[in-house]
Design a protein around this ligand. Structure first.
Ligand SMILES: [Zn+2]
Length: 381
């Protein structure tokens, strides 16, 4: 409910705090910078306002808004990342400094305003229209920011009205994907498969980034796990573990026929390097366990690359006089994935992830490395 005795605006549904500050400042006869500094008491630029609950309360008081409605728009920093829509995500998942906008949407808005979802780089379009978001001025190419601008639609460098730019649209499937991703963020989506659902929110986020990277390995478009591919990764996370198994099947199907033993060994080791790129230890452990369960059932692990790696490493460790008691979970968490697999396989059946011992195949590490040449499947330089 607005108080008609003071200057105010009516916040739009889904409108970002940045946008509300830009619209409110002129009503108080102030520049945006002055409004942030003198009215909201923030010693800094506009993008800090949304992260400070006191600033939001102050803004609600000045404009006569119900503070509860405004609090829901808070994007808070946490020790591990950011809290958006009351969900914790890695900090690179939210960009408060770049102004990404849909020119056509702003042109058709009665009151042009910036949406909260436009702060999320993994969402590449406006969720209602599917219009591609732009983050550079179409005229001067300057990155659109929030400094020294008094509206959501003007370029800060050349003052071009971005609403004049011709809109373009994502295909229907990408729009669906973006909406699904937003539903995950705001908590209205279905739960993930139980193994991933049980992870903390940051690990869930990294699971999406990693799965997008992993399923793409046979194609090779993603260089590494990235927040930009998180929306596609959510689709793969919903398909867990089939999405993971499908790539493993391709890997195993190609290995025995096409390559020498050394190359297979290299492939297994590259699988482990890929898993090492997963963002958190709990996530890596799920991936390692799944990889082990698949490798242990495959012909590859019988006498070829997988077991040779495991066996070779075990022999090296034995010569170093490593202890033979089972690993604790804590130990595994501290190890990288490759070592976790090696240890688990050599200490079975008492290790935390047991694989039966296999026939003796003594290959030393140097020999393995010498043989390991050829196609790189799971990693890139
Ligand atoms: Zn410009």
């Amino acid at each position: 409910m607005l108080d008609s005795t003071r200057p105010s605006i009516r916040p739009e549904v889904g409108e970002s705090i940045h946008s509300m500050v830009l619209r409110l400042a002129p009503l108080f006869m102030m520049s945006t910078n002055d409004f942030v500094q003198y009215a909201l008491h923030i010693a800094g630029t506009i993008h800090l306002v949304v992260t400070r609950i006191e600033a939001l309360w102050r803004m609600a008081e000045l404009a006569g808004w119900n503070p509860v409605e405004i609090e829901a728009r808070l994007i808070e920093r946490t020790t591990a990342g950011m809290m958006i829509y009351q969900r914790e995500v890695p900090s690179e998942w939210v960009d408060l400094r770049t102004r990404r906008v849909a020119p056509g949407v702003l042109a058709s808005d009665e009151t042009p305003y910036h949406r909260i979802s436009w702060h999320v780089p993994a969402i590449e379009c406006d969720l209602a229209s599917g219009e591609v978001l732009v983050d550079r001025c179409p005229r001067c190419e300057a990155i659109l920011g929030w400094s020294n601008v008094e509206s959501v639609f003007a370029c800060g460098a050349c003052e071009f009205d971005i609403r004049e730019h011709k809109p373009s649209y994502v295909p229907e499937d990408l729009l669906r994907q973006a909406r699904g991703f937003h539903a995950f963020l705001d908590g209205t989506a279905d739960r993930l498969p139980s193994q991933l659902q049980a992870l903390d929110n940051i690990s869930k986020a990294y699971a999406m980034e990693w799965l997008a990277y992993f399923v793409d390995l046979p194609i090779g478009r993603c260089l590494k796990p990235s927040f930009r591919n998180a929306a596609g990764g959510l689709v793969e996370a919903k398909r867990w573990p089939e999405s993971f198994d499908h790539v493993m099947d391709r890997f195993l199907a190609s290995a025995p026929h096409l390559m020498g033993i050394g190359t297979k060994a290299e492939m297994v080791s590259q699988l482990m390097s890929a898993i090492d790129r997963a963002g958190t230890p709990p996530l890596r452990q799920i991936l390692v366990n799944r990889a082990i369960s698949i490798l242990s059932k495959s012909s590859l692990s019988g006498v070829t690359a997988g077991s040779r790696i495991f066996r070779a490493q075990r022999d090296i460790r034995r010569s170093e006089g490593a202890p033979s008691q089972p690993l604790s979970v804590g130990e595994v968490m501290r190890m990288d994935s490759m070592r976790a697999i090696q240890s688990a396989t050599s200490r079975s059946p008492f290790g935390i992830v047991g694989i039966p011992h296999r026939s003796r195949a003594l290959v030393n590490e140097a020999e393995l490395r010498k043989q390991s040449a050829g196609t790189l499947y799971f990693g890139r330089p």
